[in-house]
Design a protein around this ligand. Structure first.
Ligand code: PLP
Length: 429
């Protein structure tokens, strides 16, 4: 069935100016690295459908595990009940996480995993009778989701300016964003640390936690920072008894080359937020993983100290089954090899692209993510998006930044051809 524009108009789409809604593309099916429109035209999904489809689309093993699970237990409320898929998933995750990240709280999406971390952190201090510790530190450009807590800590991402008046105040630190050949990086890091130290000096006793996207800020333009900078920040704030929240909603599940960015940093945060790649893009699911010390602060004789948070679909068994299978696929040597190949190809191809296109600047790669800025791209944004699409590629630039975050099943020849096509398109804009 081909959808008419009128049919498509019924729906109000996310992050979309509805006035241009006639540009909404109907997708009929998806397989591997491709999505297919209503006329069966394939498009290479170079952003893994908002960074979720790590194994590509329609993976048969994940589909089968959902089907098998649906025949036995499709759902049960999670307060007072548990089930095997939830327990197995957490046990499997434990095998790749630092040992002290051992308490798992389920929710449904990246934003809620962040809300949970913020609320847990606040209530942790409340339960320890430190109610003055109610403020949060975050970084300029950090994006943590669209719910109110997540918007508040992402206040300087520029995504939610219209809601500013309703958000709580956050102390925001300049982010020392860097790229290949950046000569100012040390100066930028020094400035960030200076601001952080000033905040700590003035407000440390009132700060509950710091939240950050480790190694790379996603939505604000794939902005990389150096690992040592994050280590310095974490070491510093921990001296002041400030909890550490790593938002790995985007970076998780090998996006940065390791299972989680925390593995490159050798840091176990107090809270780890994960979602997106968790179910391989099949179903919404999220986890906030924390430490025993935090969990134990919520134990008590009445409900007052318990964590009053839960969603109807918390730990949905179908989503858990999908996640177990997705993780199994991720651990396979062939998948790990593919991740290495994509990472290496990005490193080579991005340099080639820069040499062939003078408007490309600030090239950067991290694991399976590659990004670069294009001078003046914002002026040609609509045209650029259209050209990419006409050439069979799903790419959504972020301001002046073009980025690639393909599914791990993408082929080497596809990556090669993508870079060539992008260069050609930019050179003709
Ligand atoms: C780092 C980060 N945190 C949180 C979120 C919010 O996730 P969701 O869109 O699933 O609510 C996103 C989404 O892009 C993200 O990149």
């Amino acid at each position: 069935m081909t959808l008419s524009i009128r049919d498509k108009k019924i729906i109000w789409h996310p992050f979309t100016q509805e006035k241009n809604a006639q540009k909404i593309v109907g997708i009929k099916k998806a397989q591997g690295s491709y999505v297919y429109d209503e006329n069966d035209v394939p498009y290479l999904d170079l952003i893994s459908s908002w960074w979720v489809n790590i194994h590509g689309h329609g993976h048969q093993e994940i589909a089968k595990s959902i089907y098998d699970q649906a025949k036995t237990l499709e759902h049960v409320l999670f307060a007072g009940f548990t089930h095997e898929p939830a327990v197995t998933l957490c046990q499997e995750l434990q095998t790749i996480l630092p040992k002290n990240l051992c308490r798992f709280f389920f929710s449904d999406n990246g934003s809620t995993s962040v809300e949970v971390a913020l609320k847990m952190s606040y209530q942790y201090w409340l339960n320890l009778r430190k109610k003055e510790k109610k403020f949060f530190l975050s970084f300029d450009g950090g994006y943590h989701g669209d719910t109110f807590g997540a918007m508040s800590v992402g206040a300087k991402s520029g995504f939610h300016n219209q809601f500013k008046a309703l958000c709580f105040n956050v102390l925001s630190i300049p982010y020392p964003y860097t790229w290949n050949g950046d000569e100012q990086v040390e100066l930028k890091e020094e400035k960030s640390i200076r601001v952080l130290k000033k905040y700590l000096h003035q407000y440390a006793n009132t700060i509950s936690a710091i939240i950050l996207e480790p190694l790379i800020q996603g939505a604000s333009g794939m902005r990389i920072c150096r690992p040592q900078f994050i280590k310095n920040v974490v070491n510093l704030v921990r001296q002041y008894h400030i909890l550490v929240i790593f938002d790995e909603v985007m970076t998780g599940f090998c996006r940065t080359g390791t299972y989680f960015a925390l593995h490159q940093l050798e840091i176990a945060p107090d809270f780890l937020c994960i979602s997106k790649g968790l179910t391989g893009g099949f179903l919404p699911l999220a986890l906030t993983v924390t430490q025993n010390r935090i969990y134990e602060a919520f134990l008590g004789d009445d409900f007052k100290t318990a964590f009053a948070h839960g969603h109807s679909y918390t730990a949905n068994p179908l989503a858990c089954s999908a996640a177990i299978t997705s993780l199994k696929l991720l651990k396979k040597p062939e998948c790990q090899e593919a991740i290495k190949t994509i990472s290496k190809m990005h490193q080579v191809k991005i340099i080639e692209a820069k040499s062939q296109c003078p408007r490309i600047e600030k090239i950067r790669t991290l694991g399976t993510i590659a990004a670069f800025d294009v001078k003046d791209l914002q002026r040609f944004m609509s045209l650029a998006k259209l050209r990419f699409f006409e050439q069979g590629m799903v790419i959504r630039p972020l301001k002046n930044t073009i980025y690639l975050m393909p599914p791990y099943c993408i082929l080497e020849e596809e990556i090669d051809s993508v870079y060539k096509k992008i260069v050609k398109i930019i050179n003709t804009l």
